[in-house]
Write a protein that binds this ligand. Structure first.
Ligand SMILES: C[S@@+](CC[C@H](N)C(=O)[O-])C[C@H]1O[C@@H](n2cnc3c(N)ncnc32)[C@H](O)[C@@H]1O
Length: 254
């Protein structure tokens, strides 16, 4: 039966790859590549470097799966995501069926870890549920962008015994921050931290964390927010894309 390894490759530093991931890469016949977003050149570079380091000189094939366009401002968000996942799953299914032989092993290389804000596993579940294509699959964990962020700031994710909420910029805007929690925010293209109020809140922000372009800023939210906004805008203009994440927490409780 076909085998698929979903491999977390870390959030931008090729040295973050685990030994388990290296072993899995070394067995691949086909690497499936999903090209999406303006950051794709940097993603492609990291992927190429990992394949050259850990698969070559063993022969492998690289197969590109196109990413269908997505409506970013739909009137019905859930329905739009459902439709997008369905179209993506059809394209994945087609690529696996046509390019991976029954006895072969394919790999899907996932930025960070597949468990965090990534749809690859849901898409594979959807293909299996349709029942038209059979394969075995395994998941190899990777270093998430949040681990890279906390390591870069030399801090912990949680306050002592405290809860952590991982959320998006959109939800942070709606829900704010509770009295004793840490909020880790990803997928925020709009600097939603500006909607959070509180003199005692600090922010630990990072862009391109773990990579060569890494930028880190931290401090009291009210003072640091304008600087982050301006640095963020300049970096995005310079590189054509940005990936950033941040922690918000009450000062003195780390
Ligand atoms: C689609 S999610 C993928 C997350 C990924 N699976 C993980 O484990 O980190 C993309 C979001 O992750 C965050 N992110 C990913 N890589 C990052 C990096 N190197 N530096 C800062 N944030 C990053 C950003 O918030 C970005 O909008």
């Amino acid at each position: 039966m076909r085998k698929i390894s979903v491999i977390g490759i870390g959030a931008g530093n090729p040295d973050h790859i685990t030994v388990q991931a290296i072993k899995a890469l070394g067995q691949l016949d086909v690497v499936f590549v999903i090209d999406k977003g303006p950051e794709k050149d940097d993603l492609a570079r990291l992927r190429r470097e990992l394949c050259e380091r850990y698969i070559a000189p063993r022969a492998y094939r690289m197969i590109e799966i196109p990413d269908p366009p997505r409506d970013r401002a739909p009137s019905r968000y859930e329905a739009a995501v459902e439709d997008w996942h369905e179209r993506r799953s059809r394209l994945y299914e087609e690529a696996i069926a046509s390019h991976l032989a029954e006895s072969e092993r394919g790999g899907l290389l996932v930025w960070g870890d597949p468990c965090l804000y990534d749809s690859t596993l849901r898409i594979l579940d959807r293909i299996l549920a349709r029942g038209e294509l059979a394969f075995e699959h395994e998941v190899i964990p990777g270093i998430t962008s949040l681990q890279a962020l906390t390591a870069a700031h030399r801090t912990t994710l949680n306050q002592i015994g405290g809860p952590v909420r991982i959320t998006t910029g959109r939800r942070l805007r709606e829900q704010g921050i509770g009295p004793a929690e840490t909020v880790a925010v990803m997928l925020d293209g709009e600097c939603a931290f500006n909607a959070v109020e509180g003199e005692d809140i600090e922010i630990l922000w990072g862009a391109y964390v773990g990579g060569e372009k890494e930028i880190l800023l931290s401090g009291p939210l009210a003072e640091t927010a304008p600087e982050i906004e301006s640095v963020r805008r300049d970096a995005r203009d310079q590189h054509g894309w940005i990936m950033d994440a941040y922690l918000l927490r009450r000062r003195g409780e780390a």
